[in-house]
Design a protein around this ligand. Structure first.
Ligand code: VJV
Ligand code: CA
Ligand code: ZN
Length: 403
């Protein structure tokens, strides 16, 4: 009806269980699962689902999560959920365990305990595992999970809004069938949890672009941190970092990404590529401070897809704290995966249309200019010589790597 069709010989799967939407981190917490509702509505309104294989994955089992996470952490997460907790366990012990697993009083505002949280984790992790399984079984070429991408979670603790590391779990599955996986992370925060999980192996190359400096979370991901010291360690040179300053713009971003991600793909020659598309690197994000627009963000997907050459590709979400732009960005990126061009005027019948209309909300367009009209203004603190140094340093690291 609207001309959107499935391209021949290239299957794009979309892994999503709408039950994630109903979870709330708490009043005024920046992480809003509701942004996923908005994304899904926009994808459906554009008719993109005609070009996708839609899956509604079930919760991951505790056994599946234990492939990476410790038993004691999982026991804690499962039991602290009010719906699963034992009323007999004393409160003090409860608080001690909460501090141990989710951070001290100040930090645990990032990872609150909320109603139904076990259901939320197992749903988003279940979707990433389902995506990985469809790639492994050769039933999909590009598998998308916008509810995943929670890159800060550690083996035995939560951090930065992330409790279960669905990305690590998915990469572990891909490693069963391919010798090397490339992980690329364009969230404005450093992909520390994924880097850490594969720090000592040469079977995963991690590459994160992020804001770095002052006190910006999580504080890791310096240019010089490229893996364990000592060239005898297999993980040496297999963690790449691209630390950026405030205000990076479209053309610079695209050039940097093309150069560094391009070199990484060519040199490492991975069997699969996992791309974390955190939308907090967009201009106008509530927590981020970059100045890139939706098409420049999507350039990462476009570029990786163009260089994939038959390799399996997995796309996950991540951060993104201005919900209307998260929905725009991930709808655009779904369309790139599916080889469909979308018109700039949003469909008339899109639910929650008012979230996208008006001058401050982007004038009913899919691709409004995000720089300087939304959120705080972040002057560009990067310069050409800084970028040149980032490119040169990462090229030097890749000389140690043989694909
Ligand atoms: O900067 C931090 C840590 C603090 C301690 C805790 N307070 C709340 C904030 C400062 C040092 N944490 C970051 C975590 C960012 C996580 C990003 C996750 C992702 O996008 O990479 C992947 C999904 C941070 N920045 C902003 C906040 N936390 C923040 C947390 C809140 C909040 C406002 C800001 C938590 C609750 C409430 N407001 C009500
Ligand atoms: Ca990143
Ligand atoms: Zn982030």
């Amino acid at each position: 009806r609207n001309g959107i069709q499935r391209p021949v010989g290239h299957t794009v799967s979309f892994h999503y269980n709408p039950r994630v939407e109903s979870h709330h981190f708490g009043k005024s917490h920046p992480m809003k699962p509701w942004r996923l509702t908005l994304t899904k509505q926009l994808v459906l309104s554009y008719g993109l689902h005609y070009a996708l294989d839609l899956y509604r994955p079930l919760e991951a089992t505790k056994e599946e999560l234990a492939a990476y996470h410790t038993r004691e952490y999982l026991d804690f997460l499962q039991s602290i959920d009010p719906q699963h907790s034992h009323p007999s366990s004393p409160n003090t012990d409860h608080e001690q365990r909460r501090t141990a697993f989710l951070g001290s009083n100040e930090a645990n505002a990032d990872c609150p305990v909320f109603d139904g949280m076990w259901g939320y984790f197992t749903l988003y992790a279940g979707a990433s595992l389902d995506a990985a399984h469809k790639l492994v079984a050769d039933q999909s070429d590009i598998a998308i999970n916008w509810s995943g991408g929670l890159h800060h979670a550690h083996k035995g603790t939560g951090a930065g809004f992330c409790y279960i590391n669905d990305i690590v779990l998915a990469i572990q599955q891909l490693l069963l069938v391919t010798p090397r996986v490339l992980y690329i992370d364009i969230d404005v925060h450093h992909g520390d949890g994924v880097e850490e999980a594969f720090y000592y192996t040469d079977r995963v190359l991690t590459l994160s672009f992020h804001k770095y400096g002052e006190t910006f979370f999580p504080g890791t991901g310096a240019l010089e941190d490229t893996g364990p010291r000592g060239s005898h360690n297999p993980g040496a040179h297999h963690s790449l970092n691209v630390p950026l300053r405030d205000g990076i713009e479209d053309a610079e971003w695209e050039r940097l990404f093309r150069q560094i991600a391009g070199d990484a793909i060519d040199t490492y020659n991975p069997g699969a590529i996992v791309l974390q598309c955190g939308a907090d690197s967009l201009g106008g994000d509530r927590l981020g401070s970059f100045n890139i627009n939706i098409r420049a963000h999507g350039f990462a997907v476009e570029f990786v897809k163009s260089r994939a050459h038959g390799r399996k590709m997995m796309i996950v979400g991540g951060g993104g704290y201005t919900p209307r732009n998260v929905a725009r960005c991930w709808t655009h990126e779904t369309s790139i995966a599916a080889d469909v061009e979308l018109r700039n005027e949003l469909p008339m019948h899109v639910p929650y249309r008012q979230a996208f209309t008006g001058n401050e909300n982007g004038d009913g367009l899919l691709y409004p200019s995000l720089s300087n009209i939304q959120g705080k203004i972040h002057p560009n603190m990067n310069d050409q010589s800084y970028f040149d140094n980032l490119i040169a340093h990462n090229k030097e690291q890749l000389r140690y790597i043989k694909g």
